[in-house]
Design a protein around this ligand. Structure first.
Ligand code: ZN
Length: 257
């Protein structure tokens, strides 16, 4: 590398807090790229900490009591190398727009805008048709995908939970919530409420089936003991491989919409 180029790179590789006002959006300038920092004040936190929102690459900064936004942004910049590496590792983003493609239960679909049509959103032969105004296109796609996720997950979970209640004395399934969680694909409460990320509808169907099996198995075993895993494998024999798929590809699912 020439001396001039390395000098220019050193000059452009920098991190500056460009906006330290009390109101959001707080931004840092990282090598000329604007990165949003979302502050999360926390009474319980003992120190500043941060992670990336996998969906849009914004920094989620936990701010302990007494720390100012300016101190928070300075902290973000003190971790510029970490931030650069994490941003570079994010999979490409797929916004919901006409012409874009998305995998629906393992089948590639193309999004098409039907501004003149009635009937909301519907899928037909590899095309997802979206009626209504352009402004609401992405929102309508997201809402529709959440409904698909709820239908599919309910269809899978109910018979699994019934079979488990019969054979393993599991608690009954109380309800299913569809969320947009960032770190967990599913959860099970001690009262029997299951929750799932709607983004699982973008994964291969056997992966969705595995996550449902995992959470349903928690209705019988609220732990990750060998007994729990035996139950999971009864419901989803390929569980280890499907779990590995989620570890490898899960970040890609967060980049849709
Ligand atoms: Zn679990």
């Amino acid at each position: 590398m020439s001396g001039f180029r390395s000098l220019m790179q050193a000059l452009s590789a920098q991190c500056l807090a460009t906006r330290q006002a009390v109101e959001p959006p707080h931004m840092v300038d990282l090598d000329g790229r604007a990165v949003e920092v979302r502050l999360r004040p926390s009474a319980a936190a003992r120190q500043l900490s941060m992670r990336l929102d996998p969906r849009d690459g914004a920094v989620l900064l936990t701010l302990p009591k007494g720390a100012t936004p300016a101190q928070g942004l300075a902290f973000v910049c003190s971790k510029a190398d970490w931030l650069r590496a994490r941003l570079a590792a994010l999979p490409p983003r797929h916004l919901f727009a006409p012409g874009q493609r998305l995998p629906l239960l393992g089948v590639e679909h193309r999004l098409e805008h039907r501004p003149e049509a009635r009937g909301g959103v519907w899928a037909e032969a590899g095309v997802i048709h979206v009626s209504g105004q352009a402004d609401f296109f992405a929102r309508r796609v997201t809402d529709w995908l959440k409904r698909q996720a709820r239908n599919e997950i309910t269809r899978l979970a109910e018979p699994m939970a019934a079979a488990l209640a019969h054979s393993a004395g599991a608690r009954p399934l109380r309800g299913i919530a569809i969320k947009d969680t960032q770190t967990r694909w599913g959860s099970c409460s001690s009262r029997g409420d299951l929750a799932f990320s709607w983004r699982l509808v973008l994964a291969p169907p056997e992966v969705l089936q595995y996550v449902v099996a995992h959470e349903v198995a928690h209705l019988a075993e609220m732990n990750h003991s060998p007994r729990f895993w035996r139950l999971v494998r009864k419901l989803s024999p390929e569980a280890p491989a499907l779990r590995a798929w989620l570890k490898r590809h899960g970040a890609e699912l967060h980049r849709y919409g």
